[in-house]
Design a protein around this ligand. Structure first.
Ligand SMILES: [Zn+2]
Length: 435
């Protein structure tokens, strides 16, 4: 009797953990770029895809939970490579809002929109690290997976970051210890800001950016940069930057940049087209302020403010207002040119700061990518397989055997109309349905 107790406990433990889901009869969009596959099925065992194939060959173990998705479409969860977690409440950004509770709130919002992983781009307090590490301990968080660039690099007194979170670097000599400090926190990548905010602020000197890139690489960390100008993009690509976290927006990208990005393997990590659109769209109350897909997840107060004449006036009185539509157009043309040229591209919105809404913006970004000339399949690949590839996240990005079952179940086919990405029936993270 005594000797059987451990065995009994083992069986009991196995029964508690044996959690197999047999999901069947859906159209599979697996994120690898291959055509959609009707009548598909998968077995999900403890959050990972144990088998995936034709529903006719599904062989579910007894006791498996069966989920019939007849008529539905299943695609990988989206991976947003450029967001800012936790820094905003209502329409105000402030370091003091960065709390685990506010981060958690954002993560739940992203999850409900099918954005199952995000990269917070350099404006996180240190409380992000234990949150991320708890998620990674099991691999099965109940909310969106966190990747973080910790505290990104801002030139002291210059453009970028969030006051109270980003310290500012004054000299090249400060770079190495500051990068080492981020590396010691196990950031997922390093972020730097290279911009003068349309000539209104100090820009990081090139030698400082070069030092950050070299130091990060010494610490085996990849580096992504906020950029605006073509010239800065060229310099950073030459220095070995790994990803451009925004589109070039002042000029068309040229052959010199394209050739250099291809030679260096540089990524257009995020095009942030929805960010560009957000700079002018509120000057005329946009239709989405009445869209339930938007209002579901934004406070009524915020919707009210965004719909007000005072807000429209505030947006249109920005001294650079008239240029913002051009920047979006340039960004879209540049994305199309880079993708056509075979430059690696990912997906990101820069959502999180005021008026840039977690989740909704990711779906809008897909739409703007398609408007730029990408096919829906190309836009989805950017947001799934490619984004995971940029992160080196081998368990994410596509729906294939052994990967985490992070996925979106849709009522309609997003390959036919990208706006169908919004017809969300359910979202799963590691095989668990998001509430
Ligand atoms: Zn950003």
């Amino acid at each position: 009797m005594k000797s059987k107790l451990p065995l009994l406990l083992l069986c009991l433990a196995a029964a508690l953990h044996a959690e197999v889901k047999a999901i069947k009869n859906f159209v599979l969009i697996d994120g690898t770029g291959r055509a959609a596959v009707p009548n598909s099925a998968m077995l999900v065992d403890n959050g990972r895809i144990a088998w995936i194939g034709p529903a006719s060959r599904l062989s579910a173990p007894s006791g498996a939970e069966t989920i019939d998705l007849q008529g539905k479409y299943v695609m990988p969860g989206m991976i947003g490579l450029h967001v800012h977690l936790g820094v905003t409440q209502g329409l105000t950004q402030d370091a003091k809002f960065f709390t685990p509770e506010n981060v958690e709130k954002n993560l739940k919002t992203y999850a409900s929109y099918g954005v199952t992983s995000v990269v917070s781009m350099g404006t996180d307090k240190d409380s992000i690290f234990p949150m991320r590490d708890r998620q990674r301990a099991t691999g099965r968080p109940s909310e969106t997976r966190i990747f973080t660039a910790g505290q990104g690099f801002v030139f002291k007194g210059g453009y970028g970051g969030v006051p109270g979170i980003n310290q500012g670097i004054a000299t090249v000599a400060e770079v190495e210890p500051a990068v080492a400090a981020q590396a010691a926190k196990h950031v997922d990548l390093i972020k730097l800001w290279m911009d003068d905010h349309l000539g209104t602020q100090k820009k990081m000197p090139y030698d400082m950016a070069k030092a950050i890139i070299e130091s990060a690489h010494k610490h085996h960390l990849r580096v992504a940069a906020h950029i605006f100008y073509l010239e800065d993009a060229k310099r950073l690509v030459d220095y070995g930057i790994d990803g451009l976290a925004h589109s070039v927006r002042d000029k068309p990208v040229d052959q010199e940049l394209i050739a250099s990005m291809k030679r260096h393997g540089t990524w257009q990590m995020a095009a942030t087209l929805s960010r560009e659109a957000s700079m002018f769209v509120y000057a005329q109350t946009p239709a989405f302020l009445k869209d339930p897909f938007f209002t579901c997840c934004v406070s009524a107060d915020v919707v009210h403010t965004l719909s007000s004449a005072a807000y429209r006036e505030k947006i249109s009185s920005d001294p650079h207002f008239q240029h913002y539509p051009e920047y979006l157009k340039t960004a879209q043309e540049n994305l199309k040119k880079l993708v056509d040229s075979g430059v690696h591209y990912g997906f990101g919105t820069d959502a999180g700061p005021p008026s840039r809404f977690p989740g909704y913006f990711e779906h809008w970004e897909l739409e703007l990518m398609v408007e730029a000339g990408l096919t829906p399949a190309q836009a989805i690949a950017g947001a799934t397989r490619n984004a995971a590839q940029f992160l080196g996240a081998k368990d994410l990005g596509t729906l294939e055997k052994s990967k985490w079952a992070d996925m979106i179940v849709l009522d309609r086919n997003p390959l036919e109309d990208i706006k169908n990405s919004r017809t969300i029936h359910a979202v799963y993270i590691a095989g668990n349905r998001v509430k």
